[in-house]
Design a protein around this ligand. Structure first.
Ligand code: SF4
Length: 389
């Protein structure tokens, strides 16, 4: 298939891996964070870490939309569907994410709540048309990739006068999360770029993130320009990459070349889909329907300023938060869960003490074990934890 097969070519992948091995400097280590859960999934699925030299370490970032929705907002969604007798629609993964005390939307459905799995916001609109006497709420999550379709759905609901449809908006923004990670860094991000290391240095120690693999789908919407601060203000290179294995390997090679040269630039490996200024039409739709929230809680990252979207007051009729006075709830995660550390790149999934024992995809204790883009689920499904490395 065009744009897939040629980016999964085994001999080309081995050639890129050989080039990476040739170009890493012998006494240096490289810590590269992939922000996006789609890259985490690709890295685990295609065994990309196995192709890399030991001095190149990949650190998983917080870019899994299901993973970063905090327990409190899930708790609020469960309370809403049980209290107001609405039809609550969302994606299948989200129905299985544990909220406080391990409750889930799926458990609420088993208790009799009308929770429905949908593949897109269009399905939720269709359910609203088919049930004019029932309020239908779409639980919207995701980064900039899934935000334009939600905007289109709200505009469509207004056009049709679909008064029983509304959206519980939990859309979040990528650049503010990156900025917050770099501005108030966890220990792994706090130091300047790694100096050359002596022979025998452990590559599993906490260390500086030397460069970022930038999001693929998000960047098709926002472009590459919004990441310039990563290079200009924080002196870290960022390479936007597609989700196929050759994309990821090529991006790693581009990052290593920048790091070796002491450069910090934003580069775009995913030129077949990403324009520097992104998709202006999608951006206009987002700006028409949504405004920046002054603060928003992320699972694992805490409250981040200007990092999420709210529905504008002129669309209040389709804003479930206003319509049902949904409260802001802060709820703790399971006490054994280390998702916060995993999402901030401070811990590998297999180092969580309940990984693959008490916490599995069938019985997830944390959000990172639910979605295919979650680091714990990706490591579990592709067996990357076996053998201890
Ligand atoms: S293994 Fe489970 S509990 Fe541990 S960090 Fe991953 S999702 Fe959270």
């Amino acid at each position: 298939m065009k744009y897939l097969d040629e980016f999964r070519d085994g001999p080309l992948a081995r050639g890129l891996a050989a080039r990476i091995r040739q170009e890493v400097e012998p006494n240096r280590r490289y810590a590269l964070m992939e922000f996006c859960g789609g890259h985490t999934h690709a890295i685990c699925r295609y065994g990309i870490e196995d192709l890399l030299p030991a001095s190149v370490r990949l650190i998983h970032g917080p870019g899994c939309p299901v993973c970063v929705l905090p327990s409190g907002r899930l708790r609020a969604a469960i309370d809403l569907v049980e209290r107001e007798r609405v039809i609550l629609c969302s994606y299948g993964d989200l129905l299985r994410v544990p909220a406080a005390q391990g409750d889930t939307l799926l458990a609420a459905k088993a208790r009799g709540a009308d929770v429905r799995m949908v593949y897109s916001v269009d399905d939720a609109l269709e359910i609203a048309r088919a049930n004019p006497g029932r309020p239908v709420v779409f639980l919207a999550i995701g980064f900039e990739t899934t935000t334009p379709p939600t905007a289109v759905a709200i505009l469509q609901a207004r056009r049709e006068g679909l008064g029983n449809f509304s959206v519980y908006c939990n859309h979040v923004l990528t650049p503010p999360a990156l900025r917050a990670l770099l501005a108030e860094p966890p220990p792994s991000l706090s130091a300047p770029p790694s100096p050359p290391q002596g022979e025998g240095s452990g590559v599993r120690d906490r260390q500086t993130v030397d460069g970022f693999i930038g999001p693929a789908h998000v960047s098709t919407v926002i472009g590459s320009d919004p990441y310039q601060f990563v290079a200009a203000e924080n002196h870290r290179p960022l390479v936007i990459a597609g989700f196929e294995p050759l994309d990821v390997l090529q991006a790693i090679l581009m990052l290593i070349r920048q790091i070796n040269a002491g450069d910090a630039r934003v580069e775009n490996e995913y030129t077949r889909a990403v324009h520097p200024r992104g998709n202006p039409k999608a951006q206009r739709l987002m700006a028409e329907v949504f405004a920046i929230r002054p603060r928003f809680e992320w699972r694992g990252l805490g409250e981040l300023p200007d990092s999420a979207l709210a529905i504008r007051p002129e669309f209040a009729e389709w804003d479930a938060e206003r319509r049902f006075a949904i409260p802001e709830i802060h709820a703790p995660d399971h006490k054994a869960c280390a998702c916060a550390e995993v999402l901030r790149g401070l811990m590998r999934p297999q180092d969580c003490k309940v990984f693959a024992t008490a916490c599995t995809p069938d019985h997830p204790l944390g959000s990172c074990m639910v979605s295919a883009e979650g680091a714990c689920a990706a490591h579990y499904h592709y067996g990357r934890f076996r053998g201890g490395e």
